[in-house]
Design a protein around this ligand. Sequence first.
Ligand SMILES: Nc1nc2c(ncn2[C@@H]2O[C@H](COP(=O)(O)OP(=O)(O)O)[C@@H](O)[C@H]2O)c(=O)[nH]1
Ligand SMILES: [Mg+2]
Length: 332
Amino acid sequence: MPVSVAIVGPPGVGKTTLFNALTGGRGSGGVGMVDVPDERLDRLAAAVRPKKVVHAQVRIADAPPGSRAQQVAAAREADVVLQVARCFGPEPDPLADITGTTLDMVLADLATVERRLEIAAKEAQTGRAAIAGEVEVLERARTQLDAGAPLRKLELDAADRAALAPLFPVTLKPVVWVANVADSPAAGEPVVRAAREEGTAAAVVAAALEAELAELDPGEAREYRRSYGLESSGLDEIVRAVWRAGGLITFFTAGEPEARAWPCEDGAPAPVAAGKIHSDFEKKFIRAEVTSVDELVAAGSMDALRAAGKLRVEGRDYRVKDGDVVLFRVGA
Ligand SMILES: Nc1nc2c(ncn2[C@@H]2O[C@H](COP(=O)(O)OP(=O)(O)O)[C@@H](O)[C@H]2O)c(=O)[nH]1
Ligand SMILES: [Mg+2]
């Protein structure tokens, strides 16, 4: 499954420019699929020489112009929300850009929570015991949202989250604050600093520049970026921040037909990771044979590692780690 992100923000902050930069202009209808660059996968592929190489994918949705409600709806469907702020042009106020979109999402959740509270309060009078807990969470959520703050910042236990889940609160989604700069990354500093204080993921991107660089070959593009003091590509920056915000890792599979990168939740037990490959694999999981990209590159194939007794055998409690190369053994 691709990791799905939605780009939101006020008009004119460069959302569509960012969308075009990230998709290399190949998106259509405001949606684009992007291969995640990953030098580990490149190295794996060079060593194993599979028939096919499949990158992790990100599905990017550009916000439709105009409607705030549509932006919120797009954010609701995403795994991670990119909140773009303008750090270029006349009188930039990037933190106001961020606050503005946060408030749109907060107000959308507030409306949903209040509607649900009305119904739940009535149900509570009929004495259904479970409802009391729900009302308590909803009231805490309302207080939080009333203060203009996202639910993400509220302390919620598993039961609280379960009570809120049917409302699909958009402010529970992980977010990345994207500072869109003209060229120098220094202009994004206020966003980066505020994000650090908040514990939010941030990325600095020169969207217009990146959209132009997308047409050059990678080496040339790197030269240009360096001349502006930009360390890595906009896509790399965004992917790193999305993975961090979304609590994601990447593991790999490396067979002869296919070498592939798989996004996965950090801390997922091996059967859950196996389920990314095929939904049946979660139930049919027997064991995982695990190595690292470096070991596999050195050995040349999973078979060679197995023959040398160098594949680790892990059971269902194993938590798959970033950079693991895994062969899942599954039952019939
Ligand atoms: N200088 C500069 N201009 C940009 C940048 N990103 C977008 N723009 C310009 O800002 C205007 C609005 O961009 P657009 O992507 O349409 O914004 P949207 O309304 O958020 O989708 C356009 O004229 C862009 O060329 C940037 O990084 N630097
Ligand atoms: Mg636009």
